[in-house]
Design a binder for this molecule. Structure first.
Ligand SMILES: [Cu+2]
Length: 125
């Protein structure tokens, strides 16, 4: 069986085209925060968890959520978990939080290996 022959410029165009496709599709695969509970800057009764919904499925091994109190001290001893049913959701179980402002720092690694991160805060009444 004879292989299809490509001219050199055609082959080059094909390779660049494929590379561009890969770059484009991975650029869209970054996991960004879609919504959270508590929402950013919300004032809430002590929540049982911080739940963040992302735009892409997460890689559980490298994704995490950290919570700090107003003095910057870690306020949640548990590790965040990615939902097994919906890998776009990551949750951090919380101990009973006292009133005050809390800072959330999240790191999300999408299934394509790309890492995004962000911060928001909420107030406990
Ligand atoms: Cu990506």
């Amino acid at each position: 069986m004879k292989l299809i022959q490509f001219s050199r410029p055609a082959l080059r165009a094909l390779i660049f085209g494929a590379a561009a496709l890969v770059v484009t599709s991975t650029a869209f695969a970054h996991a960004h925060l879609a919504s959270s509970e508590p929402a950013a800057n919300a004032e809430v009764a002590a929540p049982a968890a911080v739940t963040i919904h992302f735009t892409e499925p997460l890689e559980p091994a490298f994704s995490r959520i950290a919570l700090a109190d107003a003095s910057g001290k870690a306020a949640a001893p548990a590790a965040a978990e990615v939902d097994q049913q919906d890998p776009k959701v990551m949750r951090l179980a919380l101990p009973q939080l006292s009133a005050g402002r809390y800072a959330v720092h999240w790191i999300a690694v999408a299934s394509d290996g790309h890492r995004t991160q962000g911060d928001f805060a909420f107030d406990v009444k």
